[in-house]
Design a protein around this ligand. Structure first.
Ligand SMILES: Nc1nc2c(c(=O)[nH]1)N[C@H]1C(S)=C(S)[C@@H](COP(=O)(O)O)O[C@H]1N2
Ligand SMILES: [Mo]
Length: 158
């Protein structure tokens, strides 16, 4: 028998909306995120309520995915990137802001991932997870990401 066409409705796949000051905004599933080079990270973080956790994640670098979407800065001008923020939101409303410079190879160089798997379990249904190997606390490891917004709106200084 052929695969039922209703599979997607019965087994929903999470999507994340990539929006903001981007030339190519996009809606991305976990399977779309496999198109970028995949990285592995073993991380430990402390949760204020549940203690220390250890996990292994795989996924693309957040910087690679956002760069492909064409952020509205001149890539040749390092100072132009410093006003950009990245807002990451989970389906439950938990969210955090990162600065572009935090993940930029010329500045903070944090190897932040948009994880497609946790401990070898795929995240297609739950949605991708933010992984910040440098964080001691787990609060920014946002799970079930459904929106990432890039905001370069702080132009009033110039
Ligand atoms: N979407 C979402 N992600 C989240 C949270 C949350 O409330 N919502 N809590 C954070 C916190 S405080 C921690 S410590 C880590 C691990 O939390 P967990 O043990 O509940 O998975 O997930 C983080 N990611
Ligand atoms: Mo936590």
């Amino acid at each position: 028998m052929s695969q039922p066409l209703t599979r997607r409705a019965a087994d929903p796949v999470a999507e994340l909306a990539l929006t903001g000051d981007l030339a190519r905004p996009a809606r991305l599933t976990v399977s779309d995120l496999l198109a970028w080079p995949q990285h592995r990270a073993r991380v430990s973080f402390e949760c204020a309520t549940s203690g220390v956790q250890h996990h292994g994640f795989t996924g693309p670098l957040l910087h690679d995915v956002l760069s492909a979407a064409g952020p509205a800065f001149d890539p040749a001008r390092r100072k132009d990137r410093l006003r950009f923020l990245i807002a990451v939101t989970g389906a439950d409303g938990h969210h955090a802001l990162l600065s572009w410079a935090e993940i930029d190879p010329d500045f903070g160089r944090a190897a932040v991932l948009l994880a497609v798997s946790i401990d070898d379990n795929p995240l297609d249904r739950a949605g991708p997870q933010l992984v910040l190997p440098q964080d001691r606390c787990g609060a920014r490891h946002i799970s079930g990401i459904n929106a990432v917004r890039v905001d370069g709106g702080y132009t009033s200084w110039t």
